[in-house]
Ligand binder design. Structure first.
Ligand code: ADP
Ligand code: MG
Ligand code: MG
Length: 883
């Protein structure tokens, strides 16, 4: 098989369709070259080599050498330089690049091909001694770090000392001879730490770097990143070897990163940063503060150093033409890396840019409006899960705040939590349930687990395209970066800012939309859901077939869900209404009553309360279907525990406390989840379901009379296993309905159905549908009962199960399509076989999970039901699953 693919100089052996083979970076370099953009020539070693490299014990097959030689020959031919030529050396970069971008997770080596001889040639051909030695010292430093795995702190220190000794502050102030001395020191450091000389043979250098890039695929941080982002370990990375172009050749040279639209807000404005006389990582590493790309951005920030638009107007104009070409070509917002070498622009990378949910929404809607993509494509462009970021509160603009300092608004949203100063502490405290803000001087890829655990991220250094900013935006974490007035003392666990101290654990609030950093917690407000959000949702609604309802029982939740677009209630859990402080006494009286008259006396007190609850819900959901589940949990959940609670019940019932305690003990269950609960309550105490049904119908008629809009109650019987159970319970409900209709002289339409949450019910769905008029898949319990795993106890072992690939994802979060899913589709089929118009829905947590929703679409359910905040996510996911 072939492993090497060329690009540049009029050749492209691949293109953007080849990401699996060439990695994203390689595929897009080839693509850019093929559409005539200026790309330094190079070649890509495909991803299959990565697997092969590991299979063969971290060695390369012999055949690769010949292919790489041809690849180098291609670069030599295009550039007219020769690799290792002391007179006019070709230098290359060796760059990682997986199928999907893993920002900063893997390694890259620049300026490869320099040695004690070629550095002289580079100085001579460039006419710039300083540049040549600067490149050499960068190369040794990077190679020592990435390939040789030496302690990079020592190299940084040597650089700092070199500047200090000479009374300088900037790297760029070091002269050619300063840098030459530094190179000698660096070589000595290599000798000390590695007990060998820095490799002078350029081919040794090349193979070392290629091996290191493949090796970085298995680095700890890359593994963590893959785990967090569901990236399979066997994909591997490609390696790109590419002719160097130099942004560090003086003041007509520069390097930068840019987005074709604002990745934070989605605004149609070029966005980016650059540095004059700099190379590669300088911009993202936060070593020098980068300059703005556009004049508007510079002015908005009140910054002094000229923007690229001002400093290099012609190149800026050329660059923006490239932006437009790339956007039109890729039909998406692009994240671009470029370098200017002595007035000549070179493109080094393009990819679809990571963006916040807000930006994703705006860009999708704008691009559809601009005619670049269709409405349906726009619907597909936004990750439903990311909408979560938009639906949550932002800082109340009127709330008092104690602003400590201001940094860059690197990733929007507000977050509060305890300040912590390292990633491990962040992870630990977050695992203990605490909200934390990770505060770092700057983040590095090693911090990724702490960033993930934190609610928000604050850094003292780094720009809008720094590591912290890029990763935070990708994760949807609010981030303030480059808050320069902060200093962090990791040892004493104190951060100082503007003469004040914040200790570890003190509460901080950050606003990633403004850059403000505040002491303490600041009040928040609900977000606005109009504008682009509304537009995209409208397009989604036009596209989807599945209906979306909500799981809600309080009028407030119902209202929120209704505003989020819920088309009815899929699950109203009536027991939640029983926990109300004012009612619990009556509920306890009912449970502890020793006979039916005792229970009825208590139920009479509850009836008007339940009726009012339902009436409020029906009002909010006027004209929409409302599925109300009759009492489900084991009675013991309501039992009194404290002496005072027993005394209350005793006073209400006239029974004595000892008697009540005895009755409570009788109700004890060994396995309540499989005990006296669900329809078993209705079978043993039908008066409970009778009261609830009566409350539902009285409320429905009341609302119908008051508003002229009849609600559509769907009375749901929980935990049914057999046809007979449902038949008995339906009779109770029907009797109550007829009684109420007769009393009120008016009828409403209603349905009686069941939850399918036991495997037996799924299997016997055909006969259960003879009685039930709808099924709602209660996939929380159905998952528990199918897997035999208790949801409340799964925490102890489920992560080990997921880690070892026993279940791909937590089956309580994302439906186990193979197992539980088979029961769902079988029940749907058997149920519809009996009753073709059987209404089918899902009301477990899964109803708000995009992958599970795709399954529901496939099985042809009528609706999904999700918690209020997940309703928009479900609407979008439903639309995507229909496309
Ligand atoms: P990452 O995946 O971490 O972004 P890259 O391979 O893109 O790593 O390299 C990082 C930076 O190094 C690039 O943004 C670019 O500025 C610089 N770089 C890489 N290759 C070259 C090259 N051939 N010439 C000049 N600069 C390069
Ligand atoms: Mg890059
Ligand atoms: Mg259940």
């Amino acid at each position: 098989p072939r492993y090497v693919y060329r690009f540049g100089g009029g050749v492209s052996d691949g293109g953007r369709g080849d990401k699996n083979l060439l990695g994203g970076k390689g595929a897009n370099l080839a693509e850019m070259a093929s559409i005539g953009l200026p790309v330094p020539p190079g070649f890509t070693i495909g991803t299959p080599m990565c697997a092969r490299y590991y299979q063969e014990g971290e060695r390369f097959p012999d055949s690769l050498a010949a292919e790489v030689t041809q690849g180098i020959a291609h670069i030599e031919q295009v550039t007219g330089k020769r690799f290792g030529d002391p007179a006019d050396p070709l230098l290359v970069s060796v760059r990682s690049g997986a199928r999907v971008s893993m920002p900063g997770m893997m390694d890259t080596v620049l300026n490869l091909g320099l040695n004690d001889e070629t550095v002289q040639g580079l100085a001579a051909t460039s006419g710039d001694e300083r540049f040549a030695w600067d490149s050499y010292r960068r190369f040794i430093q990077m190679y020592a770090d990435v390939v040789l795995g030496l302690d990079h702190g020592a190299f940084e220190e040597a650089l700092e000392v070199a500047k200090e000794d000479r009374g300088l502050t900037l790297d760029t102030e070091l002269s050619a001879s300063d840098l030459q001395e530094l190179v000698a020191e660096y070589k000595q450091l290599v000798r000390d730490q590695w007990s060998r000389d820095f490799p002078q043979d350029v081919h040794d250098q090349l193979w070392g770097a290629v091996g290191a890039v493949f090796g970085s695929w298995q680095s700890e941080r890359a593994k963590v990143y893959r785990r967090l982002n569901d990236i399979p370990g066997d994909w591997g990375t490609a390696v790109n070897v590419q002719a160097m172009v130099f942004g560090n050749m003086g003041d007509t040279s520069a390097t930068g990163v840019a987005f074709t639209r604002d990745p934070s807000t989605g605004e149609r404005a070029y966005y980016g940063e650059f540095l004059i006389n700099a190379q590669g990582e300088d911009v993202v590493a936060g070593i020098r503060t980068p300059q703005y790309l556009t004049r508007a951005a510079r002015e908005a920030a009140g910054a002094k150093p000229a923007s690229m638009e001002e400093a290099m107007p012609e190149l800026y104009a050329e660059l923006t033409r490239v932006f437009d070409t790339l956007e039109r070509h890729y039909r998406d917002m692009q994240d671009i890396e470029f370098t200017v070498e002595r007035g000549q622009l070179w493109m080094l990378q393009t990819r679809s840019g990571k963006r916040t949910a807000k930006a994703a929404l705006k860009i999708a809607v704008d691009m559809a409006t601009e005619g670049l993509i269709s409405e349906q494509e726009a619907v597909l462009r936004v990750d439903p899960a990311a909408l979560d970021q938009l639906l949550h509160p932002t800082l109340d603009p009127d709330a008092p705040r104690d602003v400590l300092t201001k940094g860059l608004p690197a990733s929007p949203g507000a977050a509060s939590g305890a300040a912590v100063f390292d990633a491990d502490t962040a992870e630990k405290r977050a695992a203990a349930g605490e909200a934390v803000i990770l505060v770092r001087t700057e983040t590095s890829p090693e911090d990724i687990h702490g960033m993930h655990a934190a609610r928000g991220i604050l850094t003292a250094r780094g720009g809008m395209t720094s590591h912290a900013a890029v990763v935070a935006r990708g994760m949807g974490r609010p981030c303030v970066s480059g808050a320069g007035s902060i200093s962090i003392d990791v040892k004493t666990r104190v951060m100082r800012v503007a003469g004040r101290e914040v200790r570890e654990g003190d509460r901080l609030t950050i606003d990633g939309s403004t850059g403000e950093v505040m002491l303490g917690e600041v009040a928040t407000v609900q977000p606005e859901l109009a504008g682009d959000f509304g537009t995209l949702m409208e397009w989604a609604d036009k596209t989807r077939r599945l209906r979306v309802r909500t799981n809600a029982e309080t009028p407030a939740d119902c209202k929120t869900a209704h505003e989020f677009g819920a088309e009815g209630i899929g699950l109203c859990r009536t027991e939640h209404m029983f926990f109300d402080a004012a009612r619990i006494a009556a509920v306890r009286q009912m449970i502890l009553a020793s006979d039916e008259p005792g229970r009825r006396a208590a139920l009479d007190k509850l009836l008007p309360e339940q009726r009012d609850d339902f009436a409020e819900i029906f009002l909010v959901m006027a004209g929409l279907p409302c599925t109300i589940r009759l009492l489900d949990p084991p009675l013991h959940e309501f039992l009194p525990h404290e002496e005072a609670e027993f005394a209350d019940v005793a006073a209400a019932t006239g029974l004595d406390v000892e008697q009540l305690k005895r009755r409570a003990a009788e109700l004890h269950e060994f396995n309540p989840m499989l005990g006296h609960r669900g329809c078993r309550l209705g079978v043993t105490y039908p008066e409970i379901y009778e009261m609830q049904a009566r409350a539902i119908f009285e409320a429905a008629i009341e609302v119908a009379t008051r508003t002229g809009q009849a609600p559509i109650p769907e009375v749901m019987i929980p935990l049914v296993a057999t046809r007979r159970e449902l038949e008995l319970m339906k009779a109770v409900v029907d009797r109550a309905a007829e009684a109420v209709f007769a009393e009120k002289g008016r009828r409403v339409d209603y349905l009686v159905g069941t939850m399918i949450e036991l495997p037996r019910a799924a299997l016997r769905a055909g006969e259960i549908a003879e009685v039930g008029e709808f099924f709602s898949f209660g996939t929380n319990d159905l998952t528990q009962t199918t897997l035999g795993v208790s949801r409340d106890d799964a925490g102890r072992f489920l992560s080990a199960y997921v880690e070892q690939g026993i279940y791909a994802k937590d089956p309580f979060v994302s439906l186990d399509v193979e197992g539980v899913g088979e029961l769902v589709s079988l029940a749907a089929e058997r149920g519809r076989g009996t009753r073709p118009d059987l209404k089918l829905g899902i009301c477990g947590e899964h109803g708000g999970d995009p992958a599970s929703i795709a399954f529901c679409e496939q099985v042809g359910l009528d609706y999904v039901s999700a918690s209020p905040y997940r309703v928009p996510i479900a609407r979008l996911a439903a639309a995507q699953s229909a496309l």
